[in-house]
Design a protein. Structure first.
Length: 137
């Protein structure tokens, strides 16, 4: 569910960003002697800065610390549950052994890597052929 929300947010952000850019280019070109692309940078930087500041004060810190928004957003039982989930989700085992070459060997032996790369190849082909068609026309 969290991954679905994350990807849905990404798609929504891209759609809104494109609409916002079109509106800024159409409506603010030349206003106050500033080009449309400059307005785009100014407005998107202001929105990103605002979201970063709000996120800094509202996103929870680790549940066992005495700082962060979890002190007002979670009760004691919720903090204990969050700590237990984080402990259960912790990765342990062969992570520290082997080094970089061992990790590379494991990655190259994993079938998921090749499935992922093969899923990207059609997209890369379409992208390069589309750009070639656009340039030639």
């Amino acid at each position: 569910m969290r991954t679905t929300i994350l990807w849905s947010g990404l798609v929504l952000a891209q759609a809104v960003s494109g609409l916002l850019a079109a509106g800024i280019f159409a409506g603010l070109e030349g206003v106050s002697g500033i080009r449309g692309w400059q307005w785009l940078f100014i407005i998107e930087a202001a929105m990103s800065t605002f979201c970063g500041i709000v996120g800094f004060f509202t996103l929870p810190d680790y549940p066992h610390t005495k700082t962060g928004s979890q002190q007002w957003s979670m009760n004691h039982d919720q903090r204990l549950l969050a700590e237990a989930r984080m402990e259960a989700d912790r990765v342990t085992g062969s992570v520290a052994r082997g080094g970089v070459l061992q990790g590379l060997k494991f990655a190259l032996m994993d079938i998921k890597l090749y499935l992922f790369v093969s899923s990207l190849l059609p997209r890369l082909y379409l992208l390069t052929t589309t750009l070639t068609v656009i340039r030639s026309s």
